[in-house]
Write a protein that binds this ligand. Structure first.
Ligand code: IVH
Length: 668
């Protein structure tokens, strides 16, 4: 068939489009379209390629396994390629696959297709030796340290020494449970960090962390489903392989079964179509595998998928409904976010009546208007989302959305800070909506953990005028609380106890609770570890903050700006007066050391000490060695040829000593 120009253009457009979305999905972990839409693009391209093979690109995405190798991890060559699977989307295509096998009465294993991240896990003599991602199928990334943090993966296999001797390689899928995903995104939302689109992307982003401590915090899990060269271990069927993996003490998903006929396969697919939503991990189909491993080699594989297995993909559940209105919600930091109120519709087992629209750009891009008929789904079967507008259904009565120029709650002007997408309410100090969200966040579990101070009560306390500022929480008492509607003495007592207990929360929790932009739980822990007290942190220069492993320049400048703002200085003073814990245990026990809370600058060459040794002493004795001189520097140790830092220190009237004096201070 000779293509016309339009078809060649179409193919080129598809190549470009798919490449862009593949990069967003595999490398940036931030897809812009759903998996279903991506599959549809691939299918469209694959049909055109079938008709016009001479125009098919050799590196076509239809032939690729997916996922490029990032050069930040060591590379691992897979001894056996990590293949992907071909997909089918309906019964007919599935039947065609089975017919192609031309086997008499084949028996299959049906397993849920887990929507995670493919990994290879190697054990040597029964002990965990290496974990790797798939990468391009031939070369993956060595993510052993991160794989070690997986909650349900044992580092040692169960079984006798001879059974486990040598190398055992398994393949499986790393996942984030829905529960973990919801919690992670909630925290990220509260910290105004970008949200993960689905558990798969969250798992991918977490597994590719260079710092395995971050991975550990994300609480990932794994399910294994494949033994490489199983027959060498005496395993002859896939069902036996799954049982063997389990016997070794490794996690296997429970949703699988042996099907002796095509009808049984269809029954399995039907049984799990709805029931899969009860699983705590996301699935997007059923994988059908020939049970008899002895038949696998004979059937072989294409460049990217085995011929003895196939993936049946469930259609993503989408329904149509109508946009009744678009309202603006005001976040803790004043960000104004449009939210669509929808005509209630059933999707994936629950009623959906609202969908977040993220920001104005998103509404414009999708051109969502009030009154529109829209297609919705639940991203990761959790988060309601408008996929697209049914533009053919428009009557002309639909009303385009305009972001308000005022905060809908307090009426203050909405402003856009330079470099930001979000509009914000400019009334940081007294917008009741910001205060309410801030209060709720402050009291949340990861922060001050004040039980009983939820949404409703926060609202009541603000409306009644008892709380104008977060620190007013600590001025609440029995008299005030009992004036509130429906507040019983018992609950008031419990609340006050909870508030009192919150004063003893660890410093990292207080720091998280302050809601410094970009500082979530993790950054708060790192800062606490390094500085030990609010005082030390508030005196640190931006450069010093960003020298902390894991604290980037943007976070450092946000922290520095926070501690410079006069209302924050006042807030911290009030917290101190109310008796909140403002230092970590280490820092408190470190007070009394010669350099406690002090920043020390070394300049010039010291006669006997190396710079590293000198800095180490400062650190051990409670201080911080920093490189820049400022009015906040506590001490300058000057050696030979000290230059501009020394003159600056003199100008600022700082305390300047030599090495001998320094050693005396160290007690040597
Ligand atoms: S078997 C050599 N079983 O889906 C065949 N894969 O889209 C290896 N997947 O590459 C694959 N659940 O990463 C298999 N129960 C399951 C699976 C599964 C999810 C992944 C796997 C595969 C991808 C294809």
């Amino acid at each position: 068939m000779k293509p016309n120009k339009r078809q060649i253009d179409e193919m080129n457009k598809l190549y470009e489009n798919i490449d862009r979305h593949a990069k967003l999905y595999y490398e940036d972990d931030s897809p812009a379209i759903s998996d279903g839409e991506y599959d549809a693009l691939l299918r469209e391209l694959s049909e055109l390629e079938r008709d016009y093979p001479e125009y098919a690109r050799a590196d076509s995405p239809t032939r690729r396994v997916g996922g490029a190798v990032l050069n930040t991890f060591a590379k691992v060559r897979h001894e056996r390629p990590m293949l992907s699977l071909d997909n089918v989307f309906d019964e007919g295509e599935l039947m065609a696959f089975v017919t192609r096998l031309s086997l008499e009465k084949p028996s299959f294993v049906c397993e849920m297709k887990i929507d995670g991240l493919a990994v290879s896990v190697v054990y040597e003599d029964g002990v965990f030796a290496r974990g790797a991602t798939r990468g391009d199928g031939k070369v993956g990334e060595d993510v052993s340290e991160n794989i070690r943090t997986l909650k349900n993966l044992p580092m040692k296999l169960k079984g006798g020494a001879s059974e486990l001797a040598g190398r055992i390689e398994l393949r499986g899928e790393v996942i984030m449970t829905r529960e973990q995903f919801a919690e992670l995104n909630k925290t990220r939302e509260e910290n105004e960090e970008p949200l993960f689109a689905n558990p798969r992307n969250a798992a991918a982003g977490s597994l590719r962390q260079l710092d395995s401590r971050v991975t550990a915090l994300r609480g990932l899990s794994v399910f294994l489903y494949y033994i490489v060269d199983a027959r060498e271990r005496g395993v002859t069927t896939q069902s036996e392989a799954l049982r063997r993996i389990e016997k070794w003490g490794l996690p296997v998903q429970s949703a699988w079964g042996v099907c002796g006929s095509f009808d049984e396969v269809l029954a399995f697919i039907e049984r799990w179509r709805e029931k899969r939503r009860e699983l705590d991990y996301a699935t997007d189909g059923v994988v059908l595998k020939l049970d008899d491993i002895g038949l696998w080699d004979g059937l072989g594989a294409t460049s990217h998928a085995p011929r003895w297995a196939i993936a049946y993909k469930y259609p993503p559940e989408t329904v149509y409904t109508r946009v009744l209105s678009i309202e603006i919600s005001v976040g803790r930091t004043g960000a104004l976010t449009p939210v669509a109120n929808l005509e209630p519709a059933q999707v994936g087992g629950t009623t959906v009546a609202r969908a977040g629209l993220h920001n104005e750009d998103e509404v414009r891009r999708k051109d969502i208007r009030v009154g529109d008929r829209v297609k919705i789904h639940k991203a990761a079967e959790i988060i309601p989302e408008i996929i697209e507008v049914d533009k053919d259904a428009r009557t002309g009565a639909e009303v385009p959305f305009e972001m308000p120029s005022f905060c809908p709650v307090c009426g203050s002007p909405a402003v856009r800070l330079p470099g930001e997408v979000a509009l914000r309410c400019s009334n940081r100090a007294s917008c009741p909506a910001q205060l309410k969200e801030g209060l709720r966040y402050f009291a949340s579990r990861a922060c001050m953990d004040i039980r009983g101070l939820g949404d409703k009560l926060s609202e009541q306390l603000i409306e009644s005028g008892f709380i104008h500022n977060i620190s007013d929480v600590y001025a609440l008492n029995m008299d005030k609380l009992l004036t509130l509607d429906r507040m019983a003495e018992r609950s008031a007592q419990n609340l006050l106890k909870s508030i009192e207990n919150s004063k003893k929360r660890p410093l990292s929790a207080l720091l998280t609770a302050l809601g410094v932009r970009l500082v979530g739980r993790r950054a708060a822990e790192l800062l606490t570890e390094r500085f030990g007290s609010v005082d030390a942190m508030s005196q640190a220069e931006e450069e010093e903050l960003s020298s902390v492993d894991g604290i980037g320049g943007e976070i450092a400048s946000s922290v520095a700006a926070f501690f410079r703002a006069s209302d924050n200085i006042e807030l911290l003073r009030q917290f101190k007066d109310y008796g909140l814990n403002m230092a970590s245990d280490n820092a408190r026990s470190a007070t009394g050391l010669p350099f406690s809370g002090m920043s020390v600058v070394f300049t010039g060459e010291l006669p006997t000490l190396s710079r590293a040794d000198a800095e180490e002493k400062v650190k051990r004795l409670g201080g911080r060695a920093v490189s820049g001189v400022s009015s906040k520097t506590g001490l300058v140790v000057a050696g030979e040829n000290a230059g501009s830092k020394l003159s600056k220190a003199e100008k600022l009237g700082l305390r300047i000593i030599d090495e001998a004096e320094f050693l005396r201070m160290c007690g040597e």
